[in-house]
Design a protein. Structure first.
Length: 341
């Protein structure tokens, strides 16, 4: 995919590029209510958590966009707009606090991209480290944003958080046995195919909403935000999605090599050429490591109908699949793809 310096960013079901990520200050204050959950580690691969502040941030962002008619055709946007069961039972003060936050997001944040905006990337990272904080004071989160999140927190904690956190916990609990039994072998195979090493761990925030696509990833440091309620992340697709997202922390060398192959072939660098490779490889990982009957995400959800993906698919089948099978070198696979483009 296109690269900007050292940081790449992706939505699982979209072709996107990357932004710079700002370092953050971790925060640990007073304990959250019992509905909060500490990080669940699957060392050394993923650090999964259901985080109150990240979930609230993502929900407010999606709610503001939905009310503005942005991404109106996306199922996740419609779900966020309809996620109001019990709203009238809130106290006037709780409703006022939540509406204040939605208005702030609509005016200041909702038209900015969670994927491309470096400030939003940094805020999500900082919120991810505020799991045990009742207040965001000292967290490094922008003052105005922190104030609005704290205004919305009472309503969210009463009405939405129990449901969202329960969905996140179920998603994690359903995935953990598969990660325990298959993740190590999947990670070794994936890292070898990308000619790199798996990172020490990848922080993974499981949220009810994660942008319209249901998931996105930043790198350096690796940080996945993934939706527990998105239909495309259910069942074995949870495993495939997670390894797809992890691919974006591994593919720098692949992108460089592929770009060199396109230059050598005298071909114009296409839009987001590594993303089809990542979709293809994540599906193959799941079939090889989990179930040979698994239907890969890109096939199940019709991504190969996208014109650029449709053009790339036969090249992947001709050159990338033999590489994955060990019958073709990485050099020959990438140069074959470039020559055939």
């Amino acid at each position: 995919m296109p690269r900007h310096f050292l940081v790449r960013l992706t939505a699982f079901a979209a072709c996107v590029a990357c932004v710079a990520c700002v370092a953050c200050v971790a925060c640990a204050r007073a304990p959250m209510p019992a509905t909060s959950t500490a990080a669940l580690r699957v060392a050394p691969l993923f650090e999964l958590q259901s985080n109150f502040w990240v979930n609230l941030h993502q929900f407010l962002y999606m709610t503001a966009r939905a009310r503005q008619g942005l991404d109106a055709a996306r199922p996740s946007t419609r779900d966020a707009l309809a996620d109001t069961n019990g709203y009238r039972a809130l106290t006037p003060g709780q409703r006022a606090g939540f509406e204040s936050a939605v208005a702030y997001y609509a005016a200041s944040l909702s038209k900015r991209s969670l994927l491309f905006d470096s400030t939003l990337v940094a805020q999500n990272w900082r919120l991810s480290h505020a799991t045990n904080a009742l207040s965001l004071r000292g967290s490094g989160v922008d003052g105005a944003l922190a104030a609005e999140l704290e205004r919305a927190a009472p309503a969210y904690r009463v009405l939405w958080w129990p449901r969202h956190d329960a969905a996140n916990r179920r998603w994690i609990a359903n995935l953990l046995p598969l990660l325990d039994s298959r993740a190590d072998s999947a990670a070794r195979w994936q890292a070898a195919r990308y000619s790199t090493r798996w990172p020490a761990s990848i922080r993974t925030d499981v949220t009810a909403y994660a942008d319209w696509a249901g998931g996105y990833t930043i790198t350096e440091p690796g940080h996945i935000t993934i939706s527990s309620t998105n239909a495309g992340n259910a069942g074995l697709y949870a495993f495939e999605t997670l390894f797809h997202e992890a691919s974006h922390t591994l593919d720098a060398a692949l992108a460089d090599s592929l770009q060199a192959a396109f230059r050598a072939a005298g071909k114009r660098w296409p839009r987001d050429p590594t993303h089809p490779i990542i979709f293809y490889t994540a599906g193959e990982i799941t079939r090889r490591v989990v179930s040979p009957d698994h239907v890969p995400y890109a096939e199940q959800y019709g991504l190969w109908k996208n014109p650029d993906y449709a053009r790339m698919r036969p090249l992947l089948e001709k050159f990338w699949q033999p590489y994955l099978d060990g019958t073709l070198s990485l050099h020959d696979a990438l140069y074959g793809i470039a020559a055939g483009w």
